[in-house]
Design a protein around this ligand. Sequence first.
Ligand SMILES: *[C@@H]1O[C@H](CO)[C@@H](O)[C@H](O)[C@H]1NC(C)=O
Ligand SMILES: *[C@@H]1O[C@H](CO)[C@@H](O)[C@H](O)[C@H]1NC(C)=O
Ligand SMILES: *[C@@H]1O[C@H](CO)[C@@H](O)[C@H](O)[C@H]1NC(C)=O
Ligand SMILES: *[C@@H]1O[C@H](CO)[C@@H](O)[C@H](O)[C@H]1NC(C)=O
Ligand SMILES: *[C@@H]1O[C@H](CO)[C@@H](O)[C@H](O)[C@H]1NC(C)=O
Ligand SMILES: *[C@@H]1O[C@H](CO)[C@@H](O)[C@H](O)[C@H]1NC(C)=O
Ligand SMILES: *[C@@H]1O[C@H](CO)[C@@H](O)[C@H](O)[C@H]1NC(C)=O
Length: 250
Amino acid sequence: FHIRGRKAERIGLRSVLTRVLPLPLLLLLLLLLLAVVPSCHGCPDKCLCFSQTVKCQNQDLDAIPHSLPSHIKSLFVTGNNIPPVDAKVFDNLPNLVRLDLSNNRIQNFSERAFPHNNTLRVLNLSRSFHNYFFTDGVLNGLLSGNLIQLTVLDLSSNDILFPPENVSASLLRLVSLNLQNSSIISILNGTLKAPSLQDLDLRDNSLRNLPATTLAELGLKPGDHMEGYHYRYEINSDPRLANLSINSDA
Ligand SMILES: *[C@@H]1O[C@H](CO)[C@@H](O)[C@H](O)[C@H]1NC(C)=O
Ligand SMILES: *[C@@H]1O[C@H](CO)[C@@H](O)[C@H](O)[C@H]1NC(C)=O
Ligand SMILES: *[C@@H]1O[C@H](CO)[C@@H](O)[C@H](O)[C@H]1NC(C)=O
Ligand SMILES: *[C@@H]1O[C@H](CO)[C@@H](O)[C@H](O)[C@H]1NC(C)=O
Ligand SMILES: *[C@@H]1O[C@H](CO)[C@@H](O)[C@H](O)[C@H]1NC(C)=O
Ligand SMILES: *[C@@H]1O[C@H](CO)[C@@H](O)[C@H](O)[C@H]1NC(C)=O
Ligand SMILES: *[C@@H]1O[C@H](CO)[C@@H](O)[C@H](O)[C@H]1NC(C)=O
């Protein structure tokens, strides 16, 4: 509303409007108008946009929203029903640093979801795989996806039986990997040989055997009682592995 002019005219207009609509209803309309204005500037439906962050949470979305503001650094699309993460969905977000897709039902993750020169550092996929059957596909897409800057990966609370292979080859800068509350029964040779990994969370899994080679990969020296192939091991009872912090010089 552009209301200009002398006081008398303003009063006149207001009284005309309040005669047509009661004042509370008028205020409500004004508020609605204000609430709608930001979405005219590129904020997708069902999302909240802040200066560098967009949040689309618990909205029953079945796709990553299109037309996100291209300058954003953080995107939260959590608690929805996203089944596939398609090719190129993040191509128009060149500055994206943090992506949270936790609590979804992802079945497929395109290896071309992110632009080749993306700068993503934090990726949260906690409790976001649809179920066990889709785990390998999702992880393969993810690990083939050029996430060269990724430092934090949260894969907790998914039905993962084995930690993803080739983490070391794909995620060269990975510092923190959360695999808590998965269904991990074993760690295959070579899986955790990520060069810069410092934090590995393996709490609440079904691990029993932890081969000495795996400990060595993690920069740990097995104690005497751990030597040999057949030792049994309660992962949850070893505080070092409850929340493993490895320094490269440890
Ligand atoms: C990932 O999301 C879950 C909740 O959905 C949260 O508890 C956890 O802290 C998040 N992890 C990271 C690394 O942000
Ligand atoms: C995932 O996507 C790829 C490529 O688009 C397709 O070949 C594959 O069948 C899909 N997998 C599932 C489980 O939908
Ligand atoms: C990424 O690559 C595209 C072309 O492939 C280019 O237009 C863009 O400027 C690059 N972005 C960065 C951050 O290097
Ligand atoms: C553990 O993961 C399952 C899904 O695999 C989830 O339903 C459950 O809530 C998670 N538990 C905790 C404590 O996060
Ligand atoms: C891991 O990488 C090796 C060599 O780069 C490749 O031969 C193998 O198929 C990869 N494994 C998976 C599960 O992608
Ligand atoms: C793991 O690697 C070690 C030596 O690098 C080897 O002795 C052992 O047989 C391997 N285990 C498996 C299951 O491949
Ligand atoms: C491990 O513990 C340290 C300190 O106790 C904490 O700062 C860090 O966030 C924890 N890492 C994970 C993956 O839980």
